[in-house]
Design a protein around this ligand. Structure first.
Ligand SMILES: [Mg+2]
Length: 341
């Protein structure tokens, strides 16, 4: 039995991810100013009228971030362990169901998987320039972090786990930033799941995240690249500055508008989370800031839910969430498989 993580935290992680995703959905790719003009302030689900991808969809609908997170969760539920072959199969199945909102790196890699390419090489792009640098791995990796909590607590990631996480990343994003963003976010979720609010401290959280992002796998000679360096540099900023007193506008300048690049999306989302760690406002401020609003919302929402559990979320956000029961059912099945009560 896993006595470290509670079912409430796992449900919070899944719910928060979907809630942040759905809140940010109508605003994805808009700027802060455009959001203000169009919606005022987003603090409830909004119909994505006129959105370039989601027009006609209902308010409260979540997107690819939640879709792929659930696909990864399904694999752990079914197999009871980390199984790259099965995770690849689940991605192909998800692609067949819908590719709405998918990033091009993920779509192309999963397309290659569906054509029979092995997951070992599916992430290598034939047009590598500027590819594989987005937040597409981090956004779906939460179930893997939850799985790792069933293995050990407050322990540095073992080298085999670093290698598994890197394999997971490389299936779609075969870059240094692909692996580093996966390792950073695994640690972020893991840290929130394994700490109570009373024992959670900003500096410890960031130290753990930065430490994980620096890890190297044993099967590539050098997995550094300029985006990975940028991620480490930006995480250093989050660590050094007191974000609680810095306006969102200034944060957007530092973090490149909170766009979907992992080197801006992750540090921006962590800063937004830490800035408002005791409140649902952390998600509202994140999705109202513009940029990759649904993925950033999903990142902040999952951290908040993992730290506090499901009761941090106001009733209207839970009740009006698209396929709420399906999300909670997956969370509960995940808990049942791994003995989380
Ligand atoms: Mg999305």
């Amino acid at each position: 039995m896993n006595r470290i993580v509670s079912r409430d935290k796992i449900r919070g992680m899944f719910l928060g991810l979907a809630i942040g995703d759905a809140l940010g959905m109508p605003a994805e790719t808009l700027t802060r100013r455009e959001i203000q003009k169009r919606f005022g302030r987003i603090d409830k689900y909004i119909e994505p009228r006129g959105h370039k991808w989601f027009d006609g969809k209902p308010a409260g609908m979540w997107t690819d971030d939640t879709q792929l997170t659930l696909a990864v969760a399904d694999s752990f539920i079914d197999k009871g362990q980390f199984d790259m072959d099965d995770i690849a199969v689940r991605h192909v199945k998800a692609l067949k169901e819908s590719d709405l909102g998918w990033g091009s790196t993920t779509r192309e890699a999963v397309q290659r998987l569906s054509e029979g390419t092995h997951w070992n090489i599916s992430g290598y792009s034939t047009t590598p320039l500027g590819r594989g640098i987005g937040n597409g791995v981090a956004m779906k990796i939460a179930p893997l972090a939850a799985y790792l909590t069933t293995r050990y607590r407050n322990h540095e990631l073992s080298q085999p786990d670093v290698d598994d996480i890197s394999r997971f990343a490389f299936m779609t994003h075969s870059t240094g930033i692909g692996a580093a963003s996966a390792l950073a976010h695994i640690e972020a979720i893991y840290h929130c799941l394994t700490h109570t609010r009373r024992h959670f401290f900003d500096d410890e959280f960031l130290k753990a995240v930065i430490g994980a992002a620096k890890r190297h796998n044993t099967f590539t000679e050098d997995n550094s690249d300029s985006e990975r360096d940028k991620l480490l540099f930006q995480l250093g900023y989050v660590d050094r500055l007191d974000w609680s007193v810095i306006p969102v506008e200034a944060m957007l300048k530092v973090f490149n508008g909170g766009t979907s690049k992992a080197s801006s999306s992750l540090p921006f989302s962590y800063a937004m989370f830490l800035r408002n760690v005791d409140s649902i406002d952390a998600i509202y401020e994140t999705v109202n800031a513009g940029g990759d609003t649904d993925s950033n919302g999903a990142i902040v929402g999952s951290l908040l839910g993992a730290l506090y559990g499901e009761y941090i979320f106001p009733a209207h956000l839970v009740n009006e969430l698209w396929q709420k029961n399906h999300i909670l059912e997956i969370a509960d099945r995940f808990c049942a498989v791994f003995g989380i009560v």
